[in-house]
Design a binder for this molecule. Structure first.
Ligand SMILES: Nc1ncnc2c1ncn2[C@@H]1O[C@H](COP(=O)(O)OP(=O)(O)OP(=O)(O)O)[C@@H](O)[C@H]1O
Ligand SMILES: Cc1ncc(C[n+]2csc(CCO)c2C)c(N)n1
Length: 272
């Protein structure tokens, strides 16, 4: 079984330029307060997408996160590449402002069966050329340490709000389980650990942990085995209504996970 590596290096305030080249992601901004690290994520993203009302948040809140910079300059500098959604939450002045600056607008109001985040992920996946994953991996000697060449989508404002939206956001992880998607809030991050791989999670202890959780999603897990946690699982069964691993604690720099079902991995983000 192939190994999949995970690391939250995108949240590190200072990383070397060499590290940066290995971090390639698209940023999606949802319609909730911007996290304090939004400018950092924005600056290093390859593509910046707002889901409908997420554009209001960039327009209204980015300058508050950059109090030493001129607010009009911040507004024009932090211009989304793309706004996607049913456009029922973005304000007209915000839509017109970004349209005039050249932002591409995708009105998908005809689709009332998928969420704005779902629409964003579909669009981003369709943009990305279909790279032959196995060829790239087999020619990459450092594949264990440079996993971020793969397409990765970081999503801000995904957690800690309306519960139907939160569950809808988690459902997007399951719907697109072959795409690396990380849901973020100021307090925690969540991503999927697909059952098709064994997983090595490099803990960035300066910015994340120690609280963490492993939760089966969609179906029970007959067997999960971990290392690096205070309460490791050893061929353990997990199911909703039975045991799930919440309030666990990271104990080592590397956590490994192997399971017969897709699991959600969640870890706390430290208040700096
Ligand atoms: N309170 C929230 N908690 C978590 N995610 C949210 C929340 N509000 C919005 N989102 C996310 O941001 C996206 C865009 O938000 P927006 O408010 O524009 O959506 P919407 O489809 O108009 O919502 P509504 O269900 O209120 O009509 C949503 O699809 C959802 O993924
Ligand atoms: C069974 C069912 N439940 C809810 C909705 C409503 N809905 C789901 S996603 C979406 C778009 C939000 O921007 C809306 C309105 C539906 N269509 N089907």
């Amino acid at each position: 079984m192939e190994l999949m590596s995970h690391s939250s290096t995108f949240l590190l305030p200072k990383v070397t330029s060499e590290d940066r080249t290995s971090i390639t992601y698209t940023l999606v901004i949802l319609n909730q307060s911007l996290p304090k690290f939004a400018p950092l994520l924005w600056d290093h993203a390859k593509l910046r997408v707002c889901a409908d009302g997420g554009a209001n948040r960039v327009y209204d809140e980015m300058s508050m996160l950059l109090p030493h910079e001129d607010s009009f300059y911040v507004r024009t500098r932090y211009k989304p590449d793309l706004i996607i959604g049913d456009l029922d939450s973005i304000r007209k002045e915000v839509l017109d402002f970004y349209k005039d600056l050249g932002t591409k607008i995708n009105d998908e109001s005809h689709d009332q069966d998928t969420t704005d985040l779902h629409k964003c992920v579909t669009y981003i996946r369709d943009l990305t050329p279909n790279i032959d994953v196995s060829t790239v991996l087999s020619t990459c000697l450092l594949k264990d340490f440079f996993p971020w060449w793969q397409i990765c989508i970081l999503v801000t404002g995904a957690l800690g709000g309306r519960f139907d939206h939160e569950i809808g956001n988690i459902n997007v992880l399951c719907r697109f389980s072959d795409t690396r998607i990380v849901l973020l809030s100021d307090d925690s991050l969540i991503h999927l650990l697909p059952r098709t791989h064994r997983h090595k999670i490099y803990i960035q202890s300066s910015i994340e942990g120690p609280h963490c959780g492993l939760v089966p999603i969609g179906m029970p897990s007959g067997s999960t085995t971990t290392t690096g946690l205070q309460w490791d699982l050893n061929d353990t069964e997990m199911r909703f209504g039975g045991l799930i691993s919440t309030s666990n604690i990271v104990k080592e720099e590397i956590v490994t996970v192997q399971s017969d079902s897709d699991l959600l991995w969640t870890i706390s983000i430290k208040k700096l």
